[in-house]
Design a protein around this ligand. Structure first.
Ligand code: CMP
Length: 859
């Protein structure tokens, strides 16, 4: 970390022994920082004890420390004086805060955000993060401009500085009170992205203020957009690159975590210094990429450790930014008088009025236009009151005071205004927000949640009461003591029973929906669990986990119908699959189809396994919480899904029996590796094997795991000669004729449900079914006509030179042999027998009620 050059007014003591002097300075600086860390470690428990948000306490302690420094720093050789002096002389430049601490803070916050939920509420979040920043900047700017002789740009700069909200205090309170998840996401998402917007705007306005000429509002808007989008692109690219780089260092927690720390800084510096875009936006974007895509790239064992490391880093960064800036407050506020107090009130009123306009004026318009989900009035009130400011505003103010191009008077004006404003929001809003949330009853559980809570409590109390007796027996506890304990649990159970009377209000349909929500969440967890155990591959995991959000929405909005209507993955063929199939049909390119089919295999096996686990879960656990009848309904729905999956899977197995075996053995292989690993760990825990032996065994396991990770190749190519022999029409022909016919035929795979021939199209080929079945949808017939292995279709259009007279659709996987029109003509010309057979069949099919007759073999 390069320390910034000495600032004007810093006192650098000349020392006769430069080396000793420098050493001493560094030691004293270390003392300062370490002392602050020691101080900080006492604050979270204090904040919890007095029920104040941590940042509010931090700010208070920082100001107090600043006052102590002003009064007591000075001559003295004891550690306490050295500590105070070191803080007085510490070079806290805004550059250090912006480039060293801020990327960490932002990365950590963004990493904790649930990206899927963020996207669900992207409308309101973007409105609050971008539009609200502009509205606040202008409202504060013009209001201050009214009361002061300062230029408008300077006032707007102040507006931009106070526009970014700080989630730390609010989220802490939400967590304490158990506020709804959606509210947390809205606040977190807003504050993340608005830091980016406000800093980009700040940079622009500062440039406009310090340059003599500037390009005006239009140029500024273009700059802003370029900064923002450049940051998003840089962050995204960096994030994706790190996701790729994580692969070779997989299962090495130290290396993986270090990569993410490097990413936070590299994306920032790359965007800021080399691309000329917003570093903050880049860091936030890269963290969002890691939080979403990276979740399946970083090894599951590392993920938890990484979250802890980042929480720790974030805590240090937040504490340091707050303390280091708050320490300066007494000095900055020294010149403040009543006029400044009045102006701070103007800033507060303007900023909150701007926020209220956006929340209560623009947000409903957005919802009305269908661009955002509705946000309730109580949520909006909490968002308005929770718009506290913090670390980012203080840092930006500090940056202004260090900019020598900004006139001194303006520097101190901005410092006083920003600090005043931040402290008003922290001490007024921060200490009353808890009360507001309680008033609006946002900390209370919904009837549904309360019902679930009671059920869960009843269940656990019941089983604990039983276990108490067993424990009492083991420890030979006195009978009376045991009875008292059990009586307590009985009493609790009775109380829960009384509370649960309310549950009667819940209809069965409500309960089914509750059950489905639990099942959807559990399903996603199970996929993650199978992935962490190495059983499910990453590609499959990504595709399955992505669906849960949509399924949850469907259930929440349409209950069980929404769940039923949701398609099983891969049951309907995706456009990718169709393209792959088309590539094979048209150009004989097999690769993409083979990959898609093998993926489908894996997905179906994974879904089947999870569905079976869900069935057991419903029977064993949900039935007890939600009641037998509801569990029965849920089981029925799961069984329905299982049936669809089994059907799709058996169709595939029928087509590729060998591949199914390979895949199954891969599953078993992976599960066996997991068991082996658990066994080694247990042996290590019991000191049977040493760490060295364990590491060696793990290395071997890792190698074998890598082999199993590779998806085996699926062969979708056909042996045409072999297929020709399956068609009775050719079956008894001499070998050399079969060989000639085989050269004219082309093999093709049709997917279940695929329309092979479409009514009204021009006929350019006919088809022989080598395996599988199709249905012919003849307009005149009520029922479709089924054709199976050995049958052919598509001959009528070729014979009559008219358009296709029916749709032909594959019922399962079908191996077809295609005979192009010109080859057809050549073949029937040479072979009169063949021609008359085909003609006879076509003739029979032309009869209005005639379905396909058996096709005799050609001799
Ligand atoms: P074509 O008209 O080329 O395309 C649609 C095909 O459906 C047609 O050739 C026949 O092969 C097939 N088809 C039409 N009607 C019947 C039927 N009644 N029974 C069986 N197959 C039929």
């Amino acid at each position: 970390m390069a320390l910034p050059p000495p600032q004007c007014g810093d006192t650098v003591q000349p020392t006769p022994q430069p080396f000793r002097g420098t050493m001493h300075d560094i030691v004293i600086q270390v003392l300062g920082v370490a002392g602050l860390l020691a101080l900080v470690s006492f604050l979270p428990p204090l904040a919890a004890r007095f029920q104040v948000p941590y940042t509010v306490l931090l700010a208070g302690v920082g100001v107090a420390l600043g006052a102590v420094i002003q009064t007591f720093a000075g001559p003295g050789k004891d550690p306490l004086h050295d500590f105070l002096n070191s803080l007085a002389e510490l070079d806290i430049s805004s550059d250090v805060l912006l480039h060293v601490f801020l990327p960490i803070l932002l990365f950590e916050t963004a990493l904790a955000v649930d990206v899927r939920r963020l996207f669900e509420d992207l409308g309101p979040i973007l409105l609050m993060a971008v539009v609200a920043v502009f509205v606040c900047t202008f409202a504060v700017g013009y209001a201050v401009n009214l009361f002061t002789p300062l230029p408008l740009v300077a006032c707007l700069l102040l507006g931009a500085i106070v526009a970014s909200t700080d989630p730390a205090a609010v989220i802490g309170i939400f967590r304490d009170l158990g506020a709804p998840r959606r509210l947390t996401t809205l606040v977190e998402g807003e504050s993340l992205l608005n830091d980016a917007a406000a800093i980009a705007l700040f940079t622009l306005l500062l440039e406009m203020l310090t340059r003599t000429s500037h390009g005006g509002a239009a140029a500024a808007a273009v700059d802003f957009l370029r900064d923002f989008s450049g940051g998003v692109v840089t962050g995204y690219v960096c994030g994706r690159i790190v996701c790729m780089l994580v692969e070779p260092v997989r299962n090495q927690p130290m290396a993986e975590i270090t990569l993410t720390v490097a990413l936070a800084y590299l994306s920032y510096v790359l965007a800021d210094h080399y691309v000329g875009a917003s570093g903050v936006v880049a860091t936030v974007t890269s963290a969002l990429v890691i939080g979403s895509v990276g979740r399946t790239r970083i090894s599951p064992a590392t993920w938890g450790a990484m979250e802890h490391v980042w929480q720790q880093l974030g805590f240090w960064a937040n504490s340091m930014i707050f303390l280091l800036t708050a320490i300066l407050v007494p000095r900055l506020m020294a010149d403040a008088g009543w006029a400044e107090v009045g102006l701070v009130i103007v800033v507060v009123l303007a900023a909150f009025a701007a926020r209220a306009v956006v929340l209560f004026g623009l947000l409903p318009v957005l919802s009305w236009a269908g661009l955002a989900q509705k946000v309730s009035n109580s949520y909006k009130s909490v968002m308005l009151w929770g718009g506290m400011r913090g670390a980012v505003s203080l840092t930006l103010a500090l940056a202004v005071t260090e900019n020598f191009r900004v006139p001194d008077k303006l520097q101190s004006f901005i410092a006083v205004m920003v600090t005043g404003f931040v402290f008003v929001t922290l001490f007024v809003n921060g200490t009353t927000l808890r009360w507001l949330i309680r008033l609006l009853k946002l900390d209370e559980l919904t009837p549904v949640e309360r019902a679930m809570r009671n059920r869960a409590l009843a269940l656990s109390t019941d089983s604990i009461r039983d276990r108490v007796s067993a424990v009492a027996q083991t420890y030979e506890v006195d009978g009376a003591v045991k009875d008292v304990m059990i009586a307590r649990y009985e009493e609790r159970l009775k109380k829960i029973d009384r509370d649960s009377q309310e549950e009667a209000k819940l209809t069965d349909e409500d309960r089914v929906t509750i059950g489905l929500v639990i099942l959807v969440n559990r399903e996603e967890e199970l996929y993650y669990a199978h992935f962490s155990e190495g059983v499910v591959s990453r590609a499959v995991m990504e595709m399955l986990a992505g669906r849960s959000g949509r399924l949850l929405d469907a259930v929440k909005s349409q209950g069980r119908n929404g769940y039923r209507a949701f398609e099983e993955p891969f049951i309907a063929f995706s456009p990718w699959m169709r393209t792959a199939s088309w590539l094979q049909r048209r150009f004989g390119i097999h690769g993409p189809l083979a990959r898609r089919l093998s993926m489908r295999f894996e997905v179906l096996v994974a879904v089947r396994t999870v569905l079976r686990e869900l069935l057991a879960f419903t029977r064993d656990r949900l039935a007890r919480v939600l009641g037998q009848e509801v569990a029965f309904v849920l089981e029925g729905m799961l069984v329905g899904r299982l049936g669809i999956v089994e059907q799709a899977l058996s169709a595939l197995k029928l087509q590729y029996p060998d591949y199914a075996v390979v895949l199954q053995s891969r599953y078993v292989g992976r599960a066996a590796l997991r068991l082996e690993h658990a066994e080694y760990r247990a042996m290590h825990a019991e000191s049977i094997i040493s760490q060295e032996v364990l590491t060696d065994l793990e290395r071997d396991l890792e190698q074998r795991r890598r082999v199993l990770e590779r998806l085996p190749k699926l062969d979708v190519r056909f042996d045409v000669a072999e297929l020709v022999r399956r068609v009775p029409l050719f079956a008894e022909l001499p070998a050399e004729r079969v060989a000639t016919i085989a050269t004219l035929l082309r093999a093709q795979l049709a997917l279940p449900g695929e329309t092979i021939v479409r009514r009204g199209d021009r006929g350019d080929a006919m088809f022989f079914i080598a395996s599988g079945a199709v249905e012919v949808l003849v307009p005149m017939l009520a029922e479709p006509v089924k054709l199976g292995t050995g049958d052919f279709f598509g001959e009528m259009a070729l014979l009559s030179r008219q358009r296709r007279n029916a749709d032909v659709r594959a019922l399962g996987y079908c191996q077809l042999l295609v005979l192009d029109e010109k080859d057809f003509r050549r073949l029937v010309q040479k072979d009169a027998d063949l021609q008359s057979h085909i003609q006879a069949v076509a003739e029979a099919r032309r009869q209005p009620t005639q379905s396909s007759p058996a096709v005799p073999a050609v001799s």
